[in-house]
Design a protein around this ligand. Structure first.
Ligand SMILES: [Zn+2]
Length: 342
């Protein structure tokens, strides 16, 4: 078990310590222990970098979730979202000396993938997943790489996404005889999976660097800069300050272009519940809240602006979530829980 925890901390630090890979409590990682059938996965609402030997992760019975998705009978009329959430919940295995937390909302797809899973909301991957031309571009950039990839359309997270991912992987394996190590998820993010920890990290880096180089982007978006004020913090992150100098930024602007679920969970919905948390005044963004929430808001905002600006500058067409998809996220119990974890 110790080795599994060590590996989980390793990939979580790798993916979680950069704001261009993950923002706020977004993204998640997991490692399976194939000897005893458990899987360690990030706990819902926590940041990847919070994971250490005793906190911010949870153990689940991987086979219980895996078997559910492999045998679920779709011919019956019932609430599969609820049923699968119950399976995830009941699969939690308490560990001695470690607080039992709720697994990531994305535990379902982690269970069906390979030993190591790194799932990020990388701004580079999301340039592709949030543009209409993204899938064709992925084909062009990655067709000659030594790893296979699939590109999933937008699917509501939870039960539907896990099942769609499983089906697409099964088809890919049947067609090509190999397992796709990379999964792009439309208006969502990136998954890299495999049986070797170094390989998974290397492939993840390769995907991101290939896209970054293709668009000629700098390597300066690794963290955000916040400066303390009397009532909280103000933004000094270049992507954000450059944008507000020349453009209007308010909730209406953010609502007009819903790119992916985390923008709604960590930005739009926070502003809907407490509008004074983020205020734009005289070309500066102010956050009237504690450092933890200010960081989450700033990282989410900077990532959003980075993706939108890059897509537009490259003369691509921004692709957004539709009304129904936005409604699902705003009313999904799992997301309400995630937003509430402070
Ligand atoms: Zn995600």
């Amino acid at each position: 078990m110790q080795k599994t925890i060590k590996d989980l901390i390793d990939i979580s630090q790798y993916a979680g310590s950069r704001a261009d890979y993950t923002q706020g409590g977004g993204g998640n990682t997991s490692v399976k222990n194939n000897d005893n059938g458990t899987m360690l996965i990030k706990a819902s609402g926590y940041r990847l970098v919070d994971i250490n030997e005793t906190t911010a992760f949870v153990a689940v019975d991987k086979n219980k979730i895996y078997n559910y998705y492999n045998s679920v009978d779709l011919s019956v009329e019932k609430d599969y979202e609820k049923e699968s959430a119950e399976v995830s919940k009941s699969s939690v295995v308490p560990l001695q000396g470690i607080q039992t937390l709720r697994p990531s909302v994305e535990v379902g797809f982690h269970a069906i993938l390979k030993k190591y899973v790194i799932h990020t909301h990388s701004v580079y991957a999301n340039i592709l997943t949030c543009s209409q031309e993204g899938e064709a571009l992925a084909e062009k950039l990655f067709k000659d790489k030594d790893f296979g990839f699939i590109f999933l359309p937008y699917i509501n997270p939870g039960f539907e996404l896990t099942l769609a991912m499983k089906n697409k992987i099964d088809c890919y394996v049947k067609e090509t005889g190999k397992y796709p190590e990379v999964i792009f998820m439309k208006n969502h993010g990136l998954v890299v999976t495999g049986d070797y920890i170094d390989r998974v990290k290397a492939v993840n880096t390769d995907v991101n660097e290939t896209i970054r180089n293709y668009f000629g982007l700098g390597d300066d978006f690794r963290s955000v800069t916040l400066v303390a004020t009397e009532t909280g913090f103000k933004s000094e992150t270049k992507i954000v300050t450059d944008f507000v100098k020349n453009n209007v930024l308010d909730k209406a602007v953010l609502d007009e272009t819903p790119l992916y679920p985390d923008q709604l969970v960590y930005l739009n919905n926070i502003l809907a519940h407490s509008p004074n948390t983020m205020v734009v005044k005289d070309g500066t963004v102010y956050y009237n809240t504690d450092i933890k929430q200010a960081t989450t808001l700033e990282e989410t905002l900077a990532a959003y602006l980075f993706v939108v600006t890059t897509v537009k500058n490259a003369n691509l067409t921004v692709s957004t979530m539709n009304e129904k998809e936005v409604y699902f996220i705003n009313n999904w119990e799992a997301e309400k829980y995630r937003r509430s974890v402070k």
